[in-house]
Design a protein around this ligand. Structure first.
Ligand code: GDP
Ligand code: GDP
Length: 434
């Protein structure tokens, strides 16, 4: 089931990121510098009153932007509005209603989308007077302090009240998302998958968006290919309206079990590929890296292993994802995707027995213990698996700060050597135990 998307929009400096951070409620330091995540982290998962949704932070909207870059930001904001289910427009109590606010209000009215208008930086009841300056806007207003939380619960109750109840999964079939930048071969791949004779295409309705996913079968097993309608629709519109839709990519990734990241093997990994990979990583989804257009690659100059290594160097955080070389055009190896998807889902669902895990832990500690922390020995008492899809583990230690990122990485590698988990991310949490 597709998660609803809430977009936060407004002028620069009104408090959008502050509200965003409050909604996603995590301020965990990100250790690695992953493209599309650390520097411009703009989306996250949130929950309120048992409803879950995605929150998207957007750039500052400006009235009559002069510079190219601001025009581009404005365009992105409007795309976000178009693709979100609910919009929160933030204004700033210290400034009153300004032209960009008016413009956004007009746009939101035209969109017909459900919008909530909040006046931010109202840090307490005394400051509610500032609302008077906003009545001319003619919309319902919510006083808010994104910073202190004043008015936040009321706003969130109203937003959550508007969101659909968490639905049952439409089907239990594996859900495959095919993602990649323009021209890497997404539509070609989808067509070659769906075009095969033994595959039946039928629409699956019932997501919050108007897209239609396709079911296809391969040797009697059914799979859902996410948002092929979007891809085909775009194909029909030809190249005129070609644009990369960040939000659609994001939704498709969130909706899937396994994401197929398509790269153009003849061009290698570029920045946008890294960003899309970053989204898959952040969403903690199973993944396959598809090196498409393999027919165009000169296979005499580099060995496959070397080509793969180059890809992994650019997508170092996705080393867990297997690489498959394909040609969507000639259908070379494309049906391997189905068996690979099955395998990855099975890896993600694996549950390792606690005894076996602790035997593993003992062996691992015998080869390398965490380094001393402030002269103290760092012990790991035991490990247990707390979740699947993706697999998550907790280790208990006498010294939380003593378990460094490097050691976690080492542990993850050992876990993978022993238990595989090919194609899925692995999470390791550290808990203090005295
Ligand atoms: P953005 O550009 O819209 O994302 O705005 P930011 O979230 O970066 O906030 C801009 C500035 O306003 C920062 O200095 C925030 O600390 C401040 N700010 C955000 N929310 C509030 C609030 O509720 N009250 C006050 N007093 N300041 C706030
Ligand atoms: P999309 O924008 O990602 O959906 O990409 P398309 O499926 O529209 O493909 C872009 C171009 O790449 C088209 O001209 C395709 O014919 C071509 N293409 C796609 N897959 C392959 C392939 O495996 N080999 C070759 N040589 N060309 C391909």
């Amino acid at each position: 089931m597709s998660k609803p998307v809430i977009a936060i929009v407004g002028r620069p400096n009104v408090g959008k990121s502050t509200l965003f951070n409050r909604m996603i409620g995590e301020r965990r330091a990100v250790v690695e510098d992953i493209p599309g995540i650390t520097r411009d982290r703009i989306y996250g998962k949130a929950e309120w009153n048992n409803k879950t949704f995605l929150v998207v932070d957007t750039g500052g909207f400006q009235h009559d932007p002069g510079e190219d870059i601001s025009r581009q930001v404005n365009r992105q904001v409007l795309i976000a509005v178009e693709e979100a289910d609910v919009i929160v427009l933030l204004m700033d109590a210290e400034n009153g209603v300004l032209p960009p606010d008016i413009e956004l209000i007009d746009r939101l009215r035209q969109s017909g989308k459900r919008a909530f208008y909040a006046v931010n930086k109202i840090d307490g009841p005394k400051k509610e007077k500032a609302l008077y300056d906003f009545y001319s806007a003619g919309v319902d207003l919510y006083p808010l302090s994104a910073l202190s939380g004043y008015g936040y619960e009321e706003l969130m109750d109203r937003i959550a009240g508007f969101l659909p109840e968490e639905g049952e999964e439409a089907f239990a079939y594996p859900r495959i998302a095919i993602v990649g930048r323009p021209n890497v071969g997404k539509s070609t791949l989808v067509n070659s998958l769906l075009g095969r004779e033994r595959m039946i295409v039928s629409p699956v309705a019932g997501t919050t968006r108007d897209a239609v996913d396709s079911i296809c079968s391969y040797y009697r097993k059914k799979y859902i290919i996410i948002d092929t309608a979007g891809i085909r629709r775009r194909g029909r519109m030809a190249k005129t309206a070609e644009r990369y839709s960040f939000m659609r990519t994001l939704k498709n990734i969130e909706d899937c079990d396994v994401a197929l990241l398509i790269l153009d093997a003849s061009e290698g990994v570029v920045e946008l590929d890294q960003k899309i990979a970053g989204l898959i990583f952040q969403a903690k989804r199973g993944a396959v890296i598809l090196l498409n257009k393999w027919d165009l690659v000169d296979k005499t100059s580099l060995a496959l292993k070397e080509i793969e290594e180059r890809v992994y160097q650019k997508l170092w955080f996705m080393r867990y994802a297997p690489i498959l070389t394909i040609s969507a055009l000639s259908r070379q190896r494309v049906t391997k995707l189905f068996t690979l998807t099955d395998k990855i889902i099975a890896e993600g669902a694996k549950r390792i027995d606690t005894h076996e895990l602790n035997r593993f832990l003992g062996n691992m500690l015998a080869t390398r213990e965490p380094a001393l922390h402030k002269g103290k020995r760092v012990k790991i008492y035991y490990i247990t698996q707390i979740k699947t899809s993706p697999p998550g583990f907790v280790i208990f230690t006498n010294c939380r700060e003593g378990i460094k990122e490097q050691y976690i990485k080492f542990m993850e590698n050992r876990l993978r050597e022993r238990f595989s988990f090919k194609g899925v991310p692995v999470e390791i949490y550290v808990r203090q135990k005295n």
